[in-house]
Design a protein around this ligand. Structure first.
Ligand code: DX5
Ligand code: ZN
Length: 220
């Protein structure tokens, strides 16, 4: 019986001096998705990678590129990230003047649409869009950096979103992102997350044994 839970390792915690090799290692280690954290130094106080890097990584794996855009404004980059090979494009509602328009843009490029809520962002920011999206990314740390501590106060929001998705029978994946480790992975799964993002736990635990860390997160 395959596990219902998918693991999406974040390459923010990878060794940026050998990102290509890291992607191949994640693929071989059984990652379901690859979480790509894009930061612009404006929406969040950090800068990472852009569409050209994703374009170079694309041929190295067939795994889903789960692209988390922590950038604003966001609309003018949707085409570039789509053409670079993103499969899921997730944006923050605070990063656009018109959420429906950003959703439409992502769909125009036949990509799956995700919306992300920062820890203090409430469900009412996205409640009108459940019918239009494929994924909700609930952040359990303030966006910007890997290796931060899990914020348990987001679990109630996770449960609330799971309740709405189940009740209304929306076909939406619920992804949790930030400080996920072997101690809290069961908690977030039981609360309704079916995709777990993890950077530091996957890359740093068990002396960086990616395969072991991915399967421990999936099975715990
Ligand atoms: C933070 C990113 C997260 C982060 C997760 O802004 O969106 O995806 O890389 O890393 P860990 O698992 O180390 O918290
Ligand atoms: Zn992320």
């Amino acid at each position: 019986m395959g596990s219902l839970v998918k693991i999406s390792p974040s390459i923010l915690s990878a060794d940026f001096s050998k990102l290509g090799e890291e992607i191949v290692s994640l693929d071989k280690a059984g990652a379901d998705y690859i979480h790509v954290d894009v930061m612009d130094g404006h929406f969040v106080p950090n800068l990472t990678i852009g569409p050209d890097v994703i374009k170079n990584l694309r041929p190295l794996t067939k795994k889903v590129f789960d692209v988390h855009l922590m950038i604003s404004p966001v609309d003018q980059y949707i085409e570039q990230f789509s053409n670079a090979g993103a499969d899921i494009i997730t944006f923050h509602p605070e990063a656009t003047k018109n959420v429906s328009n950003t959703i439409r843009l992502i769909k125009r490029f036949n990509k799956k649409v995700g919306i992300s809520l920062k820890p203090k962002s409430t469900i009412d920011l996205i409640k009108d869009y459940f019918k239009d999206i494929d994924l909700i990314l609930i952040m359990s740390v303030e966006p910007g950096f890997g290796g931060q501590k899990f914020m348990p106060e987001v679990v109630d929001k996770l449960k609330e979103i799971k309740k709405i998705v189940t009740k209304e029978k929306f076909n939406i994946d619920i992804e949790i992102d930030g400080g996920i480790n072997f101690k809290n992975s069961k908690l977030v799964k039981d609360a309704g997350a079916n995709i777990l993002v993890s950077g530091s736990t996957v890359f740093k635990e068990n002396s960086g044994n990616l395969k072991k860390n991915i399967s421990l997160l999936r099975s715990n």
